[in-house]
Design a protein. Structure first.
Length: 195
């Protein structure tokens, strides 16, 4: 079973998270932010991951620490669940339409961290969620997941649609990248012999 359970406690957040890569898209999310709950729920569904997240954060301040720290823990969970990465496809990409919005994402589970985020979001907030936290979440995720992730907005005007398109597109890219390559199930997808 490719799964991980991670806990993280700081002065700002207390997080417990469990991830099953080969799941059915089932989730139970309680981040303290309704909008982030929505994004993580659809992330699990479109990635076909089973995901449980409970976060008690300093949301009386704002959602920055909550979003960033969940990104950190989710990245740790992916890295742990992937183990030595033997047999994975490694790469995944998705061009995802969300009404008027079109989002491209591409991931390489390379062991090298890098976020390349080219996605202007017109509104400062969606509900009470700061839209700049979308980038903060994925920046934290790639640091601990040790992956390269490109996210680009091709089209889009509605800020909710843009962020939702990002989470769905990245989920689909990760779903493709973590899949087992049946023709190469016993090998590491790198000439280096390690990722």
């Amino acid at each position: 079973m490719r799964e991980a359970k991670i806990g993280r406690v700081t002065a700002e957040t207390n997080i417990s998270l469990s991830l099953l890569l080969d799941g059915k898209g089932e989730s139970r999310i309680d981040s303290g932010s309704g909008f982030l709950d929505h994004m993580l729920t659809l992330f699990a569904k479109h990635g076909n991951f089973n995901l449980e997240v409970v976060c008690k954060g300093d949301t009386h301040v704002d959602y920055h620490h909550t979003a960033e720290d969940i990104g950190i823990v989710l990245g740790q969970a992916f890295l742990k669940a992937l183990g030595d990465k033997k047999g994975i496809v490694r790469y995944g990409s998705m061009m995802l339409p969300m009404d008027e919005t079109l989002i491209l994402s591409a991931v390489d589970l390379s062991g090298r961290s890098g976020l390349y985020f080219d996605c202007e979001i017109p509104a400062y907030k969606v509900g009470n969620f700061d839209t700049e936290l979308c980038e903060e979440f994925f920046a934290a995720f790639v640091r601990t997941a040790a992956c390269t992730l490109h996210i680009r907005k091709i089209a889009g005007k509605n800020s909710h649609h843009i962020i939702e398109g990002v989470f769905k597109s990245v989920a689909r890219s990760l779903r493709a990248a973590v899949a087992i390559d049946k023709d190469n199930a016993d090998s590491i997808p790198s000439t280096k012999g390690a990722l």
